[in-house]
Design a protein around this ligand. Structure first.
Ligand code: Z5A
Length: 216
């Protein structure tokens, strides 16, 4: 049985997930918890190798279904090597993207059938399910401008290079998932400055998970 807490941050490009994963982890550590910060695709040596294949665009010609299989392969390694051991040790895991990203990018936008995604999820994640998912929301033009500013000079990756229509569909699909699972998900307005967003997230985590100083 898993004893820790599993928090995921989701949302489109440049919504500030990585920034807020760091802030939330620091906040929880300051409260005395042991926190594992991680990300997808990646988070374990095997999954980081698959990340490179996915974000370089090497798998794109094979289509969204093949990409879904690769995201699942990376996830299986990440869950086995990092997430499950941390939860079993009673730690808090804060993860930048997880199952909802597959449902949005490969499912809602890539049109991979949900029966296949159900099967991949059962195999790759099994019982490692988020206790709380924070869906960071910004209009795509703001997110893309932030990502462009951060990555100035670098080539856009497989997903960054998609246009505004694509990123609008991603945003709508994340909001739909949050609306369908309100007990697990909370939508966070991620337009305000990062400090404000971090405070909002800390309040949600306290309210939803009852996390205070001491044990999670
Ligand atoms: N993907 C998938 O298709 N299926 C899956 O199952 C999974 C993933 C797991 C991973 O890309 C891609 O894989 C992803 C979906 C797909 N592609 N997309 N799009 P990634 O890991 O390389 O990138 P990302 O997850 O999209 O994150 P990101 O673009 O790197 O952005 P972010 O983490 O959300 O934001 P950030 O790095 O924290 O902030 C971006 C910039 O904005 C930075 O300069 C910050 O200083 C700034 N920032 C942050 N917050 C603020 C606020 N509040 N105000 C102003 N500026 C801010």
């Amino acid at each position: 049985m898993m004893r820790g807490l599993f928090i995921t941050l989701e949302g489109g490009e440049g919504t500030g997930k990585s920034t807020q994963v760091r802030r939330l982890a620091a906040h929880l550590r300051a409260l005395g918890h042991t926190v594992v910060e991680t990300r997808e695709p990646g988070g374990s040596p095997g999954a980081e190798a698959v990340r490179h294949v996915l974000l370089s665009g090497a798998a794109e010609p094979f289509g969204p279904q093949a990409e879904a299989l690769l995201f699942a392969a990376a996830r299986a390694d990440h869950v086995d090597a990092v997430i499950r051991p941390a939860l079993e040790a009673g730690h808090i895991v804060v993860c930048d993207r997880f199952l909802d990203s597959t449902r949005v990018y490969q499912g809602a936008v890539g049109r991979v059938p949900s029966a296949l995604l159900d099967a991949l999820e059962a195999t790759a994640a099994a019982d490692a399910r988020p206790d709380l998912t924070l869906v960071l929301d910004v209009p795509p033009e703001i997110g893309l401008a932030r990502a462009a500013e951060r990555g100035k000079g670098a080539l856009a990756d497989r997903f960054e290079k998609e246009g505004a229509t694509y990123h609008g569909a991603v945003r709508a699909a994340f909001l739909a998932r949050a609306g369908a699972e309100p007990a697990r998900c909370a939508v966070v307005d991620a337009v305000p400055p990062a400090d404000e967003v971090a405070q909002h997230i800390a309040r949600i985590v306290a309210e939803r998970l009852g996390i205070a100083a001491g044990a999670p």
